[in-house]
Design a binder for this molecule. Structure first.
Ligand code: ATP
Length: 359
């Protein structure tokens, strides 16, 4: 039997409420499908920890995380800690420190999920955005000159490496191939870029795309400028299968994608180290949501879907699919409990119990 050591970082706010529900559903899936066992370890690395220790996680936190097979993360954000500090010391530290270079966000409209687009049916929208997660526009290279004077200058550089660009594009092509083989995708890929306006990094990205696509003649590939990609995601999302983009463009595109397939309550995300040289991290897209934290009404779907992505990455695809089907079943059943953001009156825990029951 496979045993997976799981680092559980629920974090702050509603992360503390939704992550326990994801664990509950994971346990139900392990029991139902068998063949694997989860050993969760809760790591209290959050804003309370910051208040006591002056940092969000121990100095050797990233090193400690390396001992795990996967990380289930909730959210960070609390008025006691500046947002750029809490995010940098947790999410960004894990992405870079554990080389989680592929950020994966599925955009699939499930039956019962609210869709703000007109005339779009479940089954019509089913794509995956693959976002470069460690460099590009978020490389943290730059500086300020003549700070706080009238002639202050700020420089922010985007960094595109051949290694980083090649591997993310290749990952996208491999995913397109896998989805096609599974009957889930059309065998198509769109590289999202802006080489008409950014003559260095983006021209380089596009050149690498032209090179890598040669290796995948079985995948129908094309490029779209980021602005056109955003427009098409609203006008005709059914035309997408796999999209690959740089860090910043992916950030924008994935939020838009999340919004058209049900919003923050349901959107999951994976930060993958596809080489498996370090643990990958799985999280709901939502933040700590201080406005509803502590009320027990947060929607747990996003955390549960993130946990399903984790099981899939760990090779437990049957159990992962079982979890997704359980979410779909609750979502599409008008009588099943739902949290207020999905028009119901149920508590987070009741929805989690129901999903676990239906696994
Ligand atoms: P943070 O600073 O941690 O990102 P935020 O409030 O700026 O927090 P989100 O946490 O993403 O950003 O929340 C945005 C809005 O969506 C809030 O009004 C929140 O209540 C709502 N929301 C987010 N996640 C959920 C959820 N799981 N269930 C219900 N509502 C949610």
């Amino acid at each position: 039997m496979a045993t997976f050591k799981l680092a559980v970082m629920a974090g702050d706010g509603i992360g503390k409420e939704t992550v326990p529900e994801a664990l509950k559903v994971l346990e139900a899936a392990a029991k139902k499908y068998g063949g694997f066992e989860l050993r969760p370890t809760e790591l209290p690395w959050n804003s309370d920890y910051y208040e006591k220790h002056g940092r969000m996680m121990p100095e050797d936190g990233i090193q400690q995380l390396r001992a795990f097979d996967a990380i289930l993360f909730g959210a960070v954000g609390d008025k006691r800690v500046p947002e750029h500090v809490s995010v940098a010391q947790t999410i960004l530290a894990m992405r870079r420190g554990l080389d989680q270079w592929a950020n994966i966000r599925p955009g699939r409209l499930m039956p019962g999920a609210p869709c703000p687009l007109k005339d779009k049916e479940p089954g019509q929208i089913d794509f995956v955005v693959v976002r470069e997660n460690t460099e590009g526009e978020y490389a943290d290279v730059g500086g300020n000159l003549f700070a706080n004077t009238p002639h202050e200058v700020a420089v922010q550089s985007a960094v595109f490496t051949r290694r980083g660009t090649e591997r993310i594009l290749r990952y996208g092509f491999e995913l397109a191939r896998k989805r096609k083989a599974q009957g889930a995708g059309k065998g198509q890929l769109v590289s999202v870029s802006k080489q008409n306006a950014q003559r260095h990094g983006q021209v380089f990205w596009h050149r690498v795309f032209e090179e890598v696509r040669e290796e995948y003649p079985d995948i129908e590939s094309r490029f779209l400028y980021i602005d056109a990609a955003c427009m098409d995601m609203v006008r005709k999302p059914e035309t997408f299968d796999v999209l690959v983009s740089s860090n910043l463009f992916g950030d924008i595109l994935t939020d838009l994608a999340g919004a058209i397939v049900g919003g923050l309550g349901i959107a999951p995300s994976a930060n993958l180290n596809p080489d498996k040289a370090a643990p990958s991290m799985f999280e709901p897209v939502h933040g700590s949501a201080p406005d509803i934290a502590g009320k027990g009404i947060a929607n747990p779907f996003g955390s549960v879907m993130a946990a399903a992505m984790m099981l899939d990455f760990l090779g437990q695809d049957q159990a992962a699919q079982g979890m997704v089907r359980a979410v779909e079943s609750v979502l599409s059943d008008a009588k099943a409990p739902k949290t207020p953001d999905f028009g119901g009156k149920a508590k987070t825990r009741e929805v989690g119990d129901e999903i676990a029951r239906r696994v």
